[in-house]
Design a binder for this molecule. Structure first.
Ligand code: 13P
Length: 287
């Protein structure tokens, strides 16, 4: 069964650990993440961007695949299926398809519009028992080869959005998606502390989990971060393991070309990455 992320995040906030959101791209990704969560008895959030949803043949397919796996693999830990960085239209489509958690990312919109659209979704999600993530202060990343510096959110705007009654809040604190550049200044804990002081008990979300040093992750959790998103790191692990398999010529030995063999090292690499993150975030044994 898919569940809202509300209970798992409130428990994480109270227990001073974080639940990982791992983005999925296909069957291997989803299976690897679900099995690792079950093996480690950890709650987990599967993140689906609109692009990945489209790639996987739409949100209905994603819901069907995930629910089917949960049943067949006998997954009993809490699993939330979460739209990542959704548009308003995408959020409505995922609600209709049966997602259990939604992120509406209005951070790039004028604040008033972000506020109005988040308000509309708070009501819908509340009625349907879904968790809702909102974002303030856009999270940077690489776009067209230009690496943007992570923005820092305005704590007063964070409070206004948190007070709408969202389940969790993503706020820019100098984090960016993808690999961090060598001259990255690190997370702005000063901003995080100011946001936390304004939003009180609201679980905070740290995007761009790939490549943030362990000590900064731990400090962010101690200051109120209860959900951490990881995407690129699983992709890099998959790439490296698949490259090694082919470079070693294993695809040319026997039935090494069989996709079930060809994709196996990448699958194991995703599992290892997810395990490492769950241990770092402290969610092991917390299902
Ligand atoms: P990374 O790709 O940097 O891990 O970020 C993932 C993320 O924040 C998804 O919303």
């Amino acid at each position: 069964m898919l569940v809202s992320a509300k209970d798992m995040l409130n428990k994480a906030r109270d227990g001073k650990y974080a639940v990982g959101q791992f983005n999925i791209n296909n069957l291997e990704w989803t299976k690897a993440i679900l099995l690792t969560a079950q093996e480690l008895n950890s709650p987990v959030i599967l993140g689906v961007s609109e692009g990945a949803g489209k790639y996987m043949c739409g949100f209905n397919t994603v819901v069907g695949m995930t629910k089917g796996m949960i049943e067949t693999l006998k997954i009993t830990v809490p699993v939330a299926l979460h739209l990542d960085h959704g548009t308003f239209e995408g959020a409505k489509a995922c609600i209709n398809a049966g997602f259990s958690s939604i992120m509406f990312d209005g951070s790039h919109l004028p604040f008033e519009e972000n506020f109005a659209k988040t308000t509309a979704l708070v009501n819908t999600c509340e009625v349907l028992g879904l968790s809702l993530e909102a974002e303030v202060g856009a999270i940077g990343g690489e776009e067209d080869g230009v690496i943007g510096k992570g923005e820092c959110a305005d704590p007063d705007e964070c409070k206004k959005i948190a007070d709408l009654g969202v389940t969790m809040l993503a706020a820019g604190i100098g984090n960016i998606h993808g690999k961090y550049p060598d001259n990255w200044e690190g997370l702005s804990f000063e901003t995080l502390e100011k946001i936390k002081a304004k939003v009180g008990d609201m679980p905070l979300v740290l995007h761009g989990g790939t490549g943030i040093p362990a000590d900064q992750i731990k400090k962010a959790i101690s200051l109120g971060v209860a959900k951490i998103n990881v995407n690129t790191e699983c992709q890099l692990a998959f790439q490296e393991a698949t490259r090694k398999y082919i470079e070693e010529g294993k695809d040319k030995v026997g039935k090494g070309f069989d996709p079930r063999k060809l994709l196996a090292p990448g699958f194991e690499a995703i599992k290892a990455t997810v395990k490492e993150k769950m241990e770092l975030f402290g969610s092991v044994g917390k299902a």
